[in-house]
Design a protein around this ligand. Sequence first.
Ligand SMILES: [Zn+2]
Length: 141
Amino acid sequence: MAVVNPNPAQPSKPEAIAPVLKTVSSSEGVCPVCHQPVSPEAYFCPNCGHPLKSKPPEIFERLIVYAVSILLPPFGLGYAWKYLKAGDKASRAIGIMAIVLTTISIIGSIFAWQFWIQPLITNYANQQNQQLNQQLNQFGL
Ligand SMILES: [Zn+2]
């Protein structure tokens, strides 16, 4: 009797994509110092402690990226590009977050302009017009 695939619609495994995202490293799989096998996910060799790849960004670094994304939207996209290229999951998550925050910030700026800054300018202009017209009327012009 034939074995039926219980999940025929399932696409190729995520492992098939993962190697593309990994940073290229000659030390992959084996520690360059002690030559013990290491997991590709490891940041440090579990045997000798040798650093195998750069650590994921610290919280402080994330906060800076998020703050820049919100306050200076164009620069947030620069960070997003850098972190999306980094490869590891944590960095990619930060890159995506930077894009989301930049988008929110730009949309927020447009709303702020329409509903807050522009009405202020309009009010100011109207006040100035009124004052000038009153002064002109006082001089009978
Ligand atoms: Zn080692």
